[in-house]
Design a protein around this ligand. Structure first.
Ligand SMILES: Nc1ncnc2c1ncn2[C@@H]1O[C@H](COP(=O)(O)OP(=O)(O)OP(=O)(O)O)[C@@H](O)[C@H]1O
Ligand SMILES: [Mg+2]
Length: 354
């Protein structure tokens, strides 16, 4: 069993605190994804689990064993980095073999593990090539292969796909998901990519300035963000936020009156996702505005609508005739609204009080 348990993990770099009492449980076989803005501590947390960073306080256990003081090689983990860090003068086979060779695995065991990794990663035709003779995606697969042959209890990935082009990223993402279901290993994955986080994760961990902001399944975070920070971080394009006033159980936003299922005392901001704002005829809906920009992506178009209360991004059909300069009405269904207090904490989501 390879559950990962962090209790009160602190990390200081000199006088600067990078992790503030991080506590987290990742179940055996779970795919956990760390997200958060640049500098929030994702890599520091991952490297602490790997043993590449010593922690300043708290404990880290893997499979029920406290590994806080152990060297990386004693933790039964394997890490894959954004830069593949392959040995350029070695073939694919030698790159995968290297770690096992220096750790005195038997030749038969090494050969068996390499063959298995090559099969899983579909690298069989490339085993005698050098890294310079491979595509970026193939190189990253070799780096993953080096991790697989270790048969670790836990795989740690730090933005492994961010050097790849968009198409290859998608392909590798699907391959990693297949790998996870085949190996059934615990995996912890750091990414900046919204789609990777939503599609791959059993559990998303949102970090903010060295603290865990929220942990939950992708759809929990999407529908029930605990804070405005999480609401704005999960989902692309980002949720729209508008300042509101709540007076006598009514919520007003600029001139507009927004319907909610129940009055929410203390709400100062409203959030609604671009995919939840309805486009209606000018004059209808809760709000009106003018399209100031249209971005067409193919199947979808994003309309940037200037309203009296601020800008609202709306997802529309890619074939919509609406364009720059058109006036539109916007409907904001009560069951799609998120309301936030002055401290950034969610007061209600979809009409349900938090
Ligand atoms: N070796 C180090 N010495 C001093 N400070 C460091 C060191 N490594 C990281 N930090 C600091 O710790 C904080 C967290 O850094 P970390 O690399 O974990 O962020 P991150 O979330 O991985 O960011 P990114 O998304 O940009 O990779 C940052 O403020 C960073 O400057
Ligand atoms: Mg990082």
């Amino acid at each position: 069993m390879a559950e990962v348990k962090l209790v009160g993990v602190n990390k200081f770099y000199g006088g600067q605190q990078a992790l503030h009492g991080v506590s987290l449980d990742i179940a055996d076989g779970e795919f956990a994804v760390f997200v958060g803005p640049s500098g929030c501590g994702k890599s520091t947390l991952l490297r602490s689990i790997a043993g590449l960073e010593s922690i300043s306080g708290g404990t880290i256990s893997i499979g029920g064993r406290d590994v806080s003081g152990l060297a990386p090689s004693e933790r039964d983990v394997a890490m894959v980095f954004q830069s593949y860090a392959l040995y350029p003068h070695m073939t694919v086979r030698e790159n995968m073999d290297f770690g096992m060779k220096i750790n005195n695995f038997t030749p038969a065991d090494r050969e068996r593990r390499i063959a298995e990794a090559a099969r899983v990663l579909q690298l069989e035709p490339y085993m005698d090539r050098k890294p310079s003779q491979l595509s970026g995606g193939q190189r990253q697969r070799v780096a993953i292969g080096r991790a697989i042959v270790k048969q670790p209890k836990v795989f740690l990935f730090d933005e492994p796909l961010s050097n790849l082009d968009a198409k290859l990223r998608v392909q590798m993402r699907v391959e990693l998901e297949a790998l996870h279901s085949e190996l059934k290993a615990t995996m912890i994955y750091v990414t900046h990519d919204q789609v990777e986080a939503m599609t791959m994760a059993d559990k998303i961990v949102v970090l903010n300035a060295g603290r865990i902001e929220q942990v939950g399944s992708p759809m929990e975070l999407y529908h029930r963000p605990r804070t405005e920070f999480v609401a704005g971080f999960i989902g692309a394009p980002s949720m729209n936020f508008l300042d509101i006033r709540s007076v006598g159980g009514r919520i007003t936003c600029g001139e507009a009156v927004i319907g909610t299922a129940a009055p929410v005392p203390g709400a100062v901001r409203l959030g609604i996702r671009p995919e939840h704002v309805g486009l209606v005829a000018a004059g209808a809906g809760e709000m009106g505005g003018t399209v100031v920009l249209r971005e067409t992506l193919g199947g979808d178009a994003y309309l940037y609508v200037r309203t009296a209360a601020g800008q609202v991004v709306v997802r529309a059909d890619g074939d919509t005739a609406l364009d720059h300069g058109d006036t539109v009405g916007l409907s904001m269904p009560a069951n799609r609204l998120h309301l936030f207090g002055a401290d950034g904490v969610t007061l209600s989501s979809g009409g349900v009080t938090a």
